[in-house]
Ligand binder design. Structure first.
Ligand SMILES: [Zn+2]
Length: 80
């Protein structure tokens, strides 16, 4: 029996921030995108469980952004 293992990236959740942020890269002030990504282990091309989770926050215009830790992500997600 042959097993095919792999890994694939998925966007788990994507939302717009409530507060506007200034981007020093493209010089625009806009609502940034908050995104949760996960790398899933897959078996026969079906995602089975997440191996790694990443939280990112980026400018929707130039895609310049930074990585957040889980606490920062939750804080931004709930900030009004
Ligand atoms: Zn930008």
């Amino acid at each position: 029996m042959i097993f095919i293992f792999g890994a694939n990236d998925k966007i788990v959740k994507q939302q717009q921030c409530y507060n506007q942020e200034h981007c020093y890269h493209c010089n625009n002030t806009t609502k940034w995108i908050l995104e949760k990504n996960a790398t899933y282990a897959s078996l026969f091309f079906i995602s089975v469980f997440p191996i790694k989770t990443r939280y990112i926050h980026y400018c929707p215009i130039c895609k310049n952004g930074n990585q957040l830790n889980e606490d920062e992500y939750n804080w931004k997600k709930n900030a009004h």
